[in-house]
Design a protein around this ligand. Sequence first.
Ligand SMILES: NC(=O)c1ccc[n+]([C@@H]2O[C@H](COP(=O)([O-])OP(=O)(O)OC[C@H]3O[C@@H](n4cnc5c(N)ncnc54)[C@H](OP(=O)(O)O)[C@@H]3O)[C@@H](O)[C@H]2O)c1
Length: 278
Amino acid sequence: MKDKICLVTGGNSGVGKAIASGLAKLGAKVVILCRDSRRGSLAVEEIRSKSGNNNVDLALADLSDKSSIREFVEYFKQKYDSLHVLSNNAAAFPMKREETVDGIEKIFAVTYLGHFLLTNLLLDMLKKSAPARILTVTGGPGILQKLSINFEDIQFNNKFNPYKAALQTAFVKAVFTFELAQRLRGTGVTANTFFPGLVKSNLTKDFPWYMKPFIKFSEFFFGEQSKTGVFLASSPEVEATTGKFFKNMKPVNFKARHYDRNTGKDLWELSERLCGMS
Ligand SMILES: NC(=O)c1ccc[n+]([C@@H]2O[C@H](COP(=O)([O-])OP(=O)(O)OC[C@H]3O[C@@H](n4cnc5c(N)ncnc54)[C@H](OP(=O)(O)O)[C@@H]3O)[C@@H](O)[C@H]2O)c1
């Protein structure tokens, strides 16, 4: 991965930090996108010292805020001349319904919509740097295949349930990836989605107290790597693979009950509208 520039969102925690560390170990130049400069700087130091690679930078942006994402992209394009890997991992999981400064439900906004905007604003750079890859983390394929997108109330204005909102957003990210891959055919830029494995995480920090013992216990089974994420970002084996769902470093036969190309197109149009791109 020497001479490759990789941008990793959520790089100070969980899956993002695992992927940033793995890519740094492989010799890539890694830029972690974080919203908090202290947490981001600590992660940069940790990734540099554990990987022995000093080529790790911090860039600040708030993925819940469209103007922050646009400012970040301008900064990134001025500072770096290419982008070979975009790894979309950041996520929010509040227990109560919250809205961002742009008036979007927060789980949907940070975990998906911010990445939709970020990815689209970076597409020209990725295409110029091809071969290039976009990877977007999501949940387990078994459960996601049974889900659908409620276009009538995608932001859970009625009957907000954080777990349902997070699951729908995970499915949305898979649909986004399949549609993105179609749109990128022939450009040398691939788009895949993946289950990262069980990675130590901060995502459950706002879960209710009675779930904490279970979370503490289950942490025992969680590691600090995402082999599938690093594989998708770096392996020559998958350089040309696109539009797939990966688990354990292999594509799975993802057959979602409520998905066809129109679902992808509808999601794309809605996302463009919500991002003020159309
Ligand atoms: N961990 C797993 O085992 C696992 C398994 C399956 C799927 N996933 C999926 O992977 C995704 C990431 O999970 P995780 O475990 O890595 O969670 P995490 O440890 O909580 O990391 C989330 C990251 O997103 C960042 N973030 C939150 N709000 C942001 C904002 N407004 N702007 C920019 N960055 C923001 C966080 O920054 P702060 O530190 O500043 O909050 C943090 O770096 C989730 O969608 C999750 O469902 C994870």
